[in-house]
Write a protein that binds this ligand. Structure first.
Ligand code: KIV
Ligand code: ZN
Length: 498
């Protein structure tokens, strides 16, 4: 039986240290609940002494999250540990994560100290934290650049002082995978009491090796990984949870398992990206928009015949409904036929051949071929789709001390219809008016507004996701008037149901 690999998520602490990505308490609670339902073993929620906001978030999360261990970070300083213990008061499973820099860079320049003094401070911090909680994790900051022999002495001493987990961070992302793995192996082989604690990895991505280093650590004996969703974290980021967990799941030669509900990765990535206002690069492994998108004709044909020809992960396993077959000038007939079928358009061989030639001409001048282009190619004009439903007129009244009202005029299948509604804001009022005209049960799944530049005269882009009878529909619009853009995006999504 493989060993369990504990997953320690630090999105809310290391991830949240990124400039511009700060989260408020409500956002942190939302993410903590999501991490708990993903079965994350330990959630590091903040550094409580650093700000009242961090303190409050840990208190509130501790009251709500009961399955995952709640962890708070401290320096090897008594005051930090007192505050952390206080913040964790309500936690069902509390952990204090304390530590100190152990590399010569940290010892000489950060602390103006020496190795013996640092070792004593490390031991004292663990013993002090142990007065409050049973579960104490020790981090040897900059362990990646710490000499192995000294690191082993520190680790042995903190385990003797009661540390249950020993974290070996590659704080600066300097290590190579072989080197980091060898460091973990060195500790396994040279720390006499190492069996009394779990070794943890914590790898930063400065050289793009965070995931490789983490896995190398696991292959050499680490049984906890410190990770973040989307790999968010200081500088070039931390180790991405989705990459490590999927590598472990995919590769039977890594002798560990995790309890993570991988089907939630796509949603989790989306939530973190939206709440932290940090877009995910399209080619990001596992959760990027292109992670399951195939664009060359040879690959597309292969995937359509058998997914495994070009995919090592079933997209469903990470919560993506299907692979995407991108239509570009390099696509073949198989891909075009697949997309026509998806849109309910059946074609014989000759018709498809003719369409394919028109498609190639269009794809040469247009980077991406979308559904409207396909309808056009198939002879169903964009006009016909647009005629089904469009926004003809919108007027909103809003402002301080007034009741937000909206009047909406839609054209549905050529017929004009108008409705007026109130709401808790102009967008809510307009959406209610639209709903009263389309007579359908529509649930708003996502509403994402983005400014392109920073000016007040900016164009706002609105992405909307709605749900109707278990199906998801997307809508998009861009306008300098953000309310109009929102209503147009909503109507655009609903028109796809109709
Ligand atoms: O990167 C690091 O060393 C850390 C420690 C505080 C655990 O984030
Ligand atoms: Zn870190």
């Amino acid at each position: 039986m493989n060993d369990k690999l504990y997953v320690f998520d630090t999105t809310l602490r290391d991830g949240e240290q990124v400039p511009g990505c700060q989260l408020n308490t409500i956002e942190k609670i939302e993410l903590a609940k999501m991490l708990e339902s993903m079965k994350v073993d330990i959630i590091e929620c903040g550094f409580p002494v650093s700000s009242p906001g961090d303190f409050k978030s840990i208190v509130e999360i501790s009251k709500i999250v009961t399955e995952s261990t709640i962890c708070a970070l401290t320096r090897a300083v008594e005051k930090d540990i007192d505050v952390a213990a206080d913040a964790l008061h309500f936690a069902r499973r509390p952990r204090i994560h304390t530590g100190i820099g152990t590399s010569d860079y940290h010892i000489k320049y950060k602390f103006n100290s020496n190795r013996e003094d640092i070792l004593e401070r490390a031991v004292a911090a663990v013993k002090y934290a142990k007065k409050y909680v049973e579960d104490v994790e020790f981090y040897a900051e900059d362990a990646g650049r710490t000499e192995n022999e000294y690191l082993a002495r520190v680790i042995e001493a903190v385990i003797r002082a009661g540390a249950t987990v020993v974290n070996i961070p590659d704080t600066t992302g300097y290590c190579l995978p072989g080197e980091y793995g060898a460091k973990i192996r060195y500790l396994v082989e040279n720390v006499p009491n190492i069996d009394k604690a779990i070794i943890s990895t914590h790898c930063h991505n400065d050289l793009g090796m965070a995931t490789a280093n983490t896995l190398s650590g696991v292959l050499n004996g680490a049984r906890q990984v410190e990770v973040t969703i989307n790999g968010v974290g200081e500088r070039a980021g931390n180790t991405a949870m989705e990459e490590v967990v999927m590598a472990v799941k995919c590769r039977k030669d890594i002798p560990v398992y995790t309890d993570i509900v991988t089907k939630m990765f796509n949603k989790a990535s989306h939530s973190v990206s939206t709440l932290m206002r940090m877009p995910v690069q399209p080619n990001k492994a596992i959760v990027g928009r292109n992670a399951f998108a195939h664009s060359s004709g040879i690959h597309q044909d292969g995937v359509l015949k058998n997914r495994e020809s070009y995919e090592i992960i079933d997209p469903m396993d990470v919560g993506v409904n299907d692979s995407t077959i991108e239509l570009t000038a390099r696509s073949g007939r198989a891909a075009l036929k697949h997309h026509f079928q998806r849109l309910g358009i059946e074609m014989g061989k000759e018709e498809l051949d003719a369409c394919y030639q028109k498609f190639l001409q269009l794809a040469d001048v247009k980077k991406e071929i979308n559904d409207s282009d396909l309808f056009m190619l198939a002879g169903v004009t964009q006009d016909k789709i647009a005629q089904k439903m469009r926004l003809k007129y919108l007027q909103v009244v809003c402002g301080k001390n007034s009741i937000p009202m909206a009047t909406v005029k839609l054209v549905i299948d050529g017929e004009e219809c108008t409705a007026t509604s109130s709401g808790n804001g102009p967008v809510d009022a307009a959406f209610q008016a639209v709903r009263s005209l389309v007579h359908r049960k529509i649930a708003l799944e996502e509403f994402f507004v983005q400014a392109i530049t920073r000016g007040t005269d900016d164009v706002g882009k609105v992405h909307i996701q709605i749900e109707n009878k278990g199906n998801i529909y997307y809508g998009f619009s861009a306008n300098t008037d953000i309310v109009t853009a929102s209503v147009e995006a909503y109507v655009n999504a609903i028109s796809k149901i109709i």
